[in-house]
Structure formats: structure tokens, C-alpha cells
Design a protein around this ligand. Structure first.
Ligand code: AMP
Ligand code: MG
Length: 553
């Protein structure tokens, strides 16, 4: 038996394409325990030697764990991108242990940057500087500025000092995953892909550094982080711009790398908005819909709202989970538990993660930024802020349901129904992107309604979830939808159920039966909606809005 044992045997028949592949198959990640407050210099020296030799070392900082390599060694830095699967156009932050180290990395230090260094280093503030020739292009993704910070953590400090080199280090996670705040998070993502993890316990701050660009006329925060915007503005004595997370998600980001999906959990994540009680109510309502389908849900909750979720926890043991972030008054606590809670939700295997949102002052801005990105910008607004949503469903979404959508909108309006009602249509077996049938367009046109802009869409879970009332054209549609989307229970009706006086049964498909059949369908839909529209005025979703309005004056 050779020294690789059975592992070697198993691999005996495999073809490797490169030395790199062989290397990664056999790389063992060494975990070195260190006391975070008083790290043993000999233990840290072991890791420093790996860095000097061109290897990869994950290490704790006060923000998150970093994945470090010699910043002056192009090949070593390339290893970071490979291990993380990081896109090459996402630049890295270079970590130093003393301000003097800047001299080899940058061509100049503007006075405003000097001020920031004096005030905030060591600490969670990354500054951009014009880079020197010593910094390989791979570090900055070809940009003229290099991002540098001095971490405030005894282990990070000692490691960089011992290695005697600047250390390029992004967060030590697989690209796109939540950042790691413990050595076990790092191993979860990178075990076998990196040389060493220095295990110095959990990170204190839990969100990454603030990235500040002082090169323009107005100071800009490219990424909110551990140092709040307010403190930076106060120290600089001028207002500071912030690049918003929403802007990044929608593209056109001035901060490279930020355009990528970040911090993403495996489950679908939604950010709850509105007042804390509204967030809680929305979470409970949405969780129930998902739990009914037999799928798991985790709520990232403020301490204040935890008790309100206990009922659901009892009703759905093992399926519904409450992960407490911290009190609303303590953003530092919430930040420190943010990434680990998202990772925990993933480990629980939930399909949906609902996160409460928090005040954006101080550290709250970084928290909001990470939550927005982790949820990919998906929000669940409070019920009162959402319009009454009516969905019409047929099969192909080219004949009956687009006509129903258009006619219902018209009758609702003609009848003086309140504004802000959302009406749309989908098909149980629709191909996406088809126009409405020519006959449907024609009979709508005779009623002064233009549906030439309609495009067909298949029915998706999100459509069912976001609707208050789902109107099916036939009983078969209703049954098919209920079997595929249990969340439709209680809010799906056939048109015959809603307007039995005028609709005896199914709305037949006019497809292929000539314009006359479409005319009959349209006339039947109109008659039905004359009855349905006034009935819908009593829908609780509308009553609630009225109540809110009268309460506010
Ligand atoms: P990470 O260390 O994984 O949190 O990523 C570092 C982030 O810092 C990048 O995604 C960029 O947003 C930012 N950054 C690093 N270098 C630069 C640079 N040269 N210019 C602008 N932003 C940078
Ligand atoms: Mg990162």
C-alpha cells in the first residue's frame, strides 16, 4: 500500500488534466489552533512560512475570515481565485500590518487618506490608493487603484508581520457564498483547496470592511462595512456618498466585483420590509404558505419578534426555524450573527429564508447591504403596502386569460374600483413570450381594449404566492393548479364559483372555433365580471387598506 492508501486506488483509473488537478485532489488543509487574544508566535510562523512559500492561508480578522496569499506573487494570488472560484475581474484587498508597508504598494497617499489611516487603522476600513508597479495586475483586476487595509486582530497582525509580506486576502468563502465568520465556515467551503486555516475562533464584527474611495471630488463608500458612514463623514468633515446595494444588483456598479451575486444562501431568501410588527405578520403569513407545501422555512429574527414565531415552531417542528440575530437596539450583535445565521439556515435545508430588516443607521447600513444582496433584492412588503392582486389562469395564456385580465381591468375601472389593484394572467401550460390570439385581440378591440402588448407566461410559484385571488377558467385548471401549488388553497376559484348566476360551468376554450367563439367568451366574461367586481370590493385586502387610511386621518 502506498502512502495515499485507498484514496489512491480509487483515483487510479482517473485521468488528470493538469498538475493543478492532481494537487487539489491530494491537498490536505491543515487546521492550526491559535489563541485569538495571545496567539502563539510559533504556530503563526508555520502559517507565515506557507504564505512566503506561495501557499494559501485562511486567517481570522475582526471582520470575517480572509483567504491570504503573498500579494506580490502573481501565481500565489492566482491560487486564491482558483480556490474560491472567484471571477478574475473582482479585485482583492491587500492586508498590511503597519502603515509603513504602504510605501512599496502605492505611488502616493493623499492627505485625506492619511487622515483616515490615522483615525481608523488598524480596523475595518479599506482605502483605495494608486497602485505601484510592485502590485501584480491580478490583485487589482487590472485597475489602477489598489485596495488596502490593516486588520485589527492579533492573529492577522502577527501573521502578516511574521510573513513580512503584504497579504492579498478576500473573504475565505467559495465565491458567491456567505462570508465565513469561523474556521468551520471556512472548512465547509474550502477544505482540501487551501493549505492552512488558522483557527482563532469566531470573528467579532461579522461583516466585511468598509471600502472607501477618496480619489474623486466626493468621498465614496463602494461597500458599506465595519466602519459606519457617519464616522467617516465626521472624520473627513464632508458628506460621503454610498453606492447602494440595489444599484449594484441592477448593474452599472462602479465598484468592481460587487455586480456579482454575493452572500447567496441555497434557499430562496426574502427581505421583510415595513414596521417590525408588519415584518413579523408578513413572515408568519408567508411561512404558513410555504410550510403548507411541506417545505422548510427559517426566519432571521430580531430578538423582539422571536416569541411571536414560537406558535409556528410548535405547529411545524423540524420544518420551521427561528434564528435570532439580536435586539434591534444592538446592530453590532446582529452584524456578528448575520452570515453564520444564513449559513445555518442552509444547513437546516430550508427552501425559504425570511429575514427581518433593520434600521440603516451606523452598522445598520452594512447589515442592510448584505441582506439585500443575499436576498438578490427580493423583498416582501407589508400587506398594507401591497395592492390587491388578482390572477386569471387558463392553459396557454393567449386566449381566455388575457381577455379576462383586460376585461376585468376595464370593468373594475368603469365601476370606480379603487386604484392600486394588480391584475395579471398566466397559463398552466403556457409557452413564454407568445402574443394573444388574433381573434382575442380583435374582439377586445371592438370593446376599445388593446391587448396587442400581451405576452404569454407560464404560471410560476411566485405568481401563486403573490396573488390574493386566483380565478381559474375551468374546474380542471383549478384542480391542476391546486395539485401543483398547494399554496393556492383558499384563494383559488373557478369563475363559475364566483359568478354562478351567470356562469353555469367551465369557460370553454375558444381556440380554433373562430372569432364568434371568442365573442361569446368575451361576452360571458363581461357578464361575470359585472358581478365579481363589486364582490371583490369587499375583499379583506382592500378593507385593511381603508382601515389604515381612516386611522391615519
Ligand atoms: P472581498 O475581500 O471578498 O470582500 O472583496 C473585496 C472587495 O473590495 C471587492 O469585491 C471590491 O468591491 C472591493 N475592491 C477591492 N479592490 C478594489 C479596487 N481596486 N477598486 C475598487 N474596489 C475594490
Ligand atoms: Mg467576499
Amino acid at each position: 500500500m502506498n502512502r495515499f492508501g485507498s484514496r489512491w486506488e480509487a483515483l487510479g483509473t482517473r485521468a488528470f488534466n493538469s498538475r493543478e488537478e492532481v494537487r487539489s485532489e491530494f491537498m490536505k488543509t491543515r487546521v492550526i489552533q491559535v489563541d485569538p487574544a495571545e496567539p502563539d508566535p510559533r504556530a503563526v510562523e508555520e502559517a507565515a512560512a506557507v504564505l512566503r512559500g506561495g501557499g494559501l492561508v485562511a486567517f481570522p480578522t475582526e471582520t470575517v475570515y480572509g483567504l491570504g496569499a503573498n500579494a506580490l506573487d502573481r501565481d500565489a494570488v492566482a491560487g486564491i481565485f482558483r480556490a474560491k472560484g472567484r471571477p478574475a475581474d473582482n479585485p482583492l484587498i491587500v492586508h498590511v500590518s503597519r502603515p509603513e508597508m504602504l510605501s512599496t504598494l502605492v505611488t502616493s497617499v493623499p492627505p485625506s487618506a492619511e487622515k483616515m489611516i490615522f483615525r481608523f487603522w488598524p480596523g475595518p476600513l479599506t482605502l483605495l490608493f494608486p497602485k505601484s508597479a510592485a502590485v501584480p495586475d491580478i490583485v487589482t483586476a487590472g485597475l489602477p487603484q489598489v485596495a488596502i487595509r490593516m486588520p485589527d486582530h492579533p492573529v492577522a497582525h502577527l501573521l502578516i508581520d511574521a510573513a513580512q509580506i503584504p497579504v492579498a486576502a478576500p473573504s475565505a468563502n467559495v465565491s458567491g457564498r456567505p462570508s465565513p465568520t469561523s474556521a468551520s465556515d471556512v472548512l465547509e467551503d474550502l477544505d482540501g483547496k487551501i493549505d492552512v486555516v488558522l483557527d482563532g475562533g469566531p470573528c467579532e464584527i461579522g461583516v466585511e470592511s468598509t471600502v472607501l474611495d477618496l480619489s474623486g471630488t466626493v468621498p465614496r463608500i463602494l461597500r458599506p462595512g465595519g466602519i459606519p458612514r457617519e464616522e467617516i463623514a465626521e472624520a473627513l468633515g464632508v458628506p460621503v456618498e454610498v453606492v447602494s446595494a440595489e444599484g449594484e444588483i441592477e448593474g452599472s456598479s462602479p465598484s468592481p466585483g460587487m455586480k456579482y451575486r454575493h452572500y447567496a444562501p441555497k434557499g430562496e431568501m426574502y427581505l421583510l420590509t415595513g414596521r417590525p410588527e408588519e415584518q413579523r405578520d408578513t413572515a408568519i403569513q408567508r411561512a404558513q404558505e410555504v410550510l403548507k407545501d411541506g417545505k422548510g422555512v427559517a426566519v432571521l429574527s430580531s430578538s423582539e419578534n422571536v416569541p411571536a414565531y414560537l406558535g409556528l415552531k410548535e405547529k411545524f417542528p423540524g420544518l420551521f426555524h427561528v434564528l435570532e440575530l439580536g435586539p434591534r437596539s444592538d446592530p453590532a450583535k446582529i452584524a456578528s450573527k448575520l452570515f453564520s445565521s444564513i449559513r445555518r439556515a442552509d444547513k437546516l435545508g430550508v427552501s425559504v429564508i425570511l429575514s427581518e430588516s433593520f434600521d440603516e443607521a451606523g452598522l445598520g447600513l452594512a447589515i442592510a447591504n448584505r441582506l439585500t444582496k443575499a436576498s438578490g433584492g427580493k423583498v416582501l412588503p407589508p400587506r398594507s403596502a401591497r395592492p390587491l392582486t388578482v390572477l386569471f389562469v387558463c392553459t396557454g395564456n393567449t386566449c381566455r386569460s388575457p381577455m379576462a385580465e383586460a376585461l376585468f381591468k376595464k370593468i373594475w375601472e368603469d365601476r370606480g374600483g379603487p386604484g392600486g389593484v394588480r391584475v395579471f394572467s398566466r397559463g398552466t401550460g403556457a409557452l413564454p413570450g407568445m402574443p394573444a390570439a388574433p381573434e382575442a385581440r380583435a374582439v377586445m378591440k371592438t370593446r376599445g381594449v388593446d391587448i396587442s402588448g400581451h405576452v404569454s407566461m407560464p404560471l410560476l410559484p411566485v405568481d401563486v404566492e403573490s396573488s390574493d385571488i386566483i380565478v381559474a377558467m375551468t374546474k380542471a385548471h383549478k384542480e391542476a393548479i391546486l395539485s401543483r401549488f398547494p399554496a393556492a388553497e383558499g384563494k383559488i376559484f373557478t369563475l363559475a364559483e364566483l359568478a354562478s348566476e351567470v356562469v353555469p360551468g367551465d369557460i370553454p376554450d375558444p381556440l380554433g372555433r373562430g372569432e364568434e367563439a371568442y365573442e361569446e367568451t368575451a361576452a360571458l366574461l363581461e357578464k361575470a365580471f359585472e358581478l365579481v367586481a363589486p364582490r371583490l370590493l369587499k375583499h379583506p385586502a382592500l378593507r385593511k387598506e381603508d382601515g389604515d387610511r381612516s386611522a391615519s386621518g
